[in-house]
Design a protein around this ligand. Structure first.
Ligand code: HPA
Length: 279
C-alpha cells in the first residue's frame, strides 16, 4: 500500500515555497495528455515525489509533476499526470491534489482524461465535453466524500445537477468552434479499471446512457464540487469501445497513448480558448 499522509497544509506550503504565482485555475492532465503543461510560460516544475502525501502515478504516459506557470496570461497550476484508484490508492489519496489546490486558491478546475468511445458516433481523436456522469465506482460504495464531513469545506450531501459548469461549457463550445475542433458533449461513465470493458459491459453502459468510459476524473470532480469549485472536464476519445466478440481487435494502453498525439493539440486549443475568455 502507498504511504498515507493527508496533510494538505504541509503539501500546499511546499508549493508556495517554490512558486510565488497565485493560481486560481487548476488543470488536471490525463493519460498521454500532459503535453499542454509543457507550453506554460514562467514555469516552475515540482516532481510529485518532492511533495509529501502527493500520490505518484505508476502508469506509463503520466509524467508525475506539478507545473505552475502562465497560459493565455492566466496563472495556472497543472497536474501533469494523476493517480488512479486502480493503482491501489484510496480515493482520499487520489483526490489529495484537489484538496491541496483548494488551499492554493484554485476556484476553477479543468480536468482531462483519456476515454473509450461508447457512443457509436465517436471516433478516435474526438473530444467529448462532459455534461454529466455515471459514477459506478461511487454507486458500488467507493466515494471520496465518505467518512466524516468537514463542514468548513462543503456540505455532507452534495447536489449533482449543476456539476459541469454551464458557462464553462459554453466557453468550451465557442473555443472549439473558433479553432475548428469538433466537440461532442456527453455522459462519462467512471469505472475502477484497470481492465478495459468486456463487450457485454460496453453494450450495458451504452444502454444506460453512457457516451464515453474511463477510469478517472469523477472522484476529483466530486471533491472539487464539494469545495465549491467551478468544474469543466473533457475526454479525449482514444479508442472506440468494442461491443462484439466477433473481432480480432483488442483494446490496449498503447492505442490510448498514441491517440494522445492527435488529442493534445485539440485539447490545447479548447483549453487555451476557455482561458482566454475567462475574466
Ligand atoms: N475504457 C476505460 N478507460 C479507458 C478507455 C476505455 O476504453 N480508454 C481510455 N481509458
Amino acid at each position: 500500500m502507498h504511504e498515507r499522509n493527508l496533510n494538505y497544509e504541509q503539501a500546499a506550503a511546499i508549493v508556495r515555497e517554490r512558486s510565488s504565482l497565485t493560481t486560481d485555475i487548476g488543470l488536471v492532465l490525463g493519460s498521454g495528455l500532459g503535453g499542454l503543461a509543457d507550453t506554460l510560460s514562467e514555469r516552475t516544475v515540482i516532481p510529485y515525489a518532492e511533495i509529501p502525501g502527493w500520490p505518484r502515478s505508476t502508469v506509463h504516459g503520466h509524467q508525475g509533476q506539478l507545473v505552475i506557470g502562465k497560459l493565455e496570461g492566466k496563472a495556472v497550476i497543472a497536474q501533469q499526470g494523476r493517480a488512479h484508484f486502480y493503482e491501489g490508492y484510496t480515493l482520499e489519496q487520489v483526490t489529495f491534489p484537489i484538496r491541496v489546490m483548494r488551499l492554493l486558491g484554485v476556484k476553477t478546475l479543468i480536468l482531462t482524461n483519456a476515454a473509450g468511445g461508447l457512443n457509436p458516433q465517436y471516433q478516435v481523436g474526438d473530444l467529448m465535453l462532459l455534461n454529466d456522469h455515471i459514477n459506478l465506482v461511487g454507486m458500488t460504495g467507493n466515494n471520496p466524500l465518505m467518512g466524516p464531513n468537514d463542514d468548513t469545506i462543503g456540505p455532507r450531501f452534495l447536489g449533482m445537477v449543476h456539476t459541469y459548469d454551464a458557462d464553462l461549457r459554453r466557453l468550451a463550445r465557442q473555443a472549439a468552434a473558433d479553432a475548428g475542433v469538433p466537440l461532442h458533449e456527453g455522459v462519462y461513465v467512471c469505472l475502477s479499471g484497470p481492465n478495459f470493458e468486456t463487450p457485454a459491459e460496453v453494450r450495458m453502459l451504452r444502454g444506460w446512457g453512457g457516451d464515453a468510459v474511463g477510469m478517472s476524473t469523477v472522484h476529483e470532480v466530486l471533491v472539487a464540487r464539494h469545495a465549491g469549485m467551478r468544474v469543466m472536464a473533457c475526454s479525449g476519445i482514444t479508442n472506440v469501445s468494442i461491443d462484439t466478440l466477433d473481432v480480432e481487435a483488442e483494446t490496449n494502453h498503447e492505442e490510448v497513448l498514441d491517440a494522445g498525439k492527435v488529442l493534445v493539440p485539440r485539447l490545447t486549443a479548447v483549453i487555451r480558448g476557455v482561458l482566454r475568455a475567462l475574466p
